[in-house]
Design a protein around this ligand. Structure first.
Ligand code: 6GU
Length: 265
């Protein structure tokens, strides 16, 4: 898989040399190239921004440096016949990034990230790029960052770790938060008694059936407390009697494969 990142702050992407992603790059499992947008300018001042048509605050990124960079990158794109690279444009105005989108993007051969700064990139770049790329504006969530670089660090890590060979133990991908639509259960390690705080007794019992039930119950409890929106989205048609009882205890009934708050019934 190949990633290209275009930014006016290439040093911002330096953390991608580290840890599991850095190791995967060194091993050739993934290829990642960071490009300085200013190297695609043609004027003496290497200008990348200008004032917005129609007025308003801040500056807008000029289209031509982006076109030069994206043309250069698509020209060397090694996607198979019929496929095209995906252009991800980090923006608080994009679709929201989540684990499902991370899996979808991990299945692509070539992802290009266009890091905007200031008030964003001239919108015509996105329209123009659609002839060579599948263009997807993507947001991390409902808050505003100064530019796309930090969002790209998050997305490359979330996508990269799903590529076979990047995470050493594929088991750790299966059991984690969000892959089953629930938050992860809490974890503990030695010592079993620490500053008057005890590890839950059942985890010391060696009874794996009981442990699995206990963990699922904690997943359901913390998800309903912290992320009730995830409970609403859950498919509970294959839930065991025990799981349904926990849901009931948390104030939900099971109606047509969904958990419904009993006070909304
Ligand atoms: Cl992807 N970019 C920027 N600039 N701000 C954001 C974001 C992305 N996601 C949330 N806020």
């Amino acid at each position: 898989m190949r990633f290209d990142v275009v930014s006016i702050f290439p040093e911002y992407l330096a953390p991608l040399d580290l840890s599991l992603i850095g190791k995967a790059r060194a091993e050739g499992i993934l290829e990642l190239v960071v490009h300085d947008l200013r190297s695609y300018t043609a004027d003496r001042h290497r200008t990348v921004d200008d004032t917005p048509y129609g007025g308003g605050a801040g500056m807008v990124m000029k289209p031509e440096p982006w076109a030069q960079a994206l043309e250069d990158i698509s020209a060397v794109s090694a996607v198979s016949d019929g496929a095209r690279p995906t252009l991800i444009v980090p923006s608080p105005a994009g679709e929201v990034f989540n684990q499902k989108l991370a899996y979808e993007l991990a299945g692509e051969e070539h992802l290009v990230f266009a890091c905007g700064r200031y008030e964003g990139i001239d919108e015509r770049v996105l329209d123009w790029a659609a002839s060579e790329y599948t263009v997807r504006p993507v947001s991390l969530g409902d808050y505003v960052l100064n530019g796309g670089e930090v969002a790209v660090l998050a997305m490359v890590e979330a996508i990269g770790r799903l590529i076979p060979g990047v995470v050493g133990n594929p088991e750790s991908l299966i059991e984690e938060s969000h892959s089953d639509g629930l938050l992860e259960y809490p974890v503990y390690t030695k010592p079993s008694s620490w500053r008057d705080h005890e590890v839950p007794e059942v985890l010391l019992s060696g009874n794996h059936g009981k442990i699995a039930k206990f963990r699922k119950e904690l997943q359901l409890r913390r998800t309903s407390q912290r992320r009730p929106d995830l409970i609403d989205a859950l498919d509970v048609s294959n839930f065991s009697k025990t799981d349904r009882n926990v849901l009931w205890d948390l104030g939900y009934a099971v109606v047509e494969g969904r958990a419904v708050r009993r006070d909304n019934e």
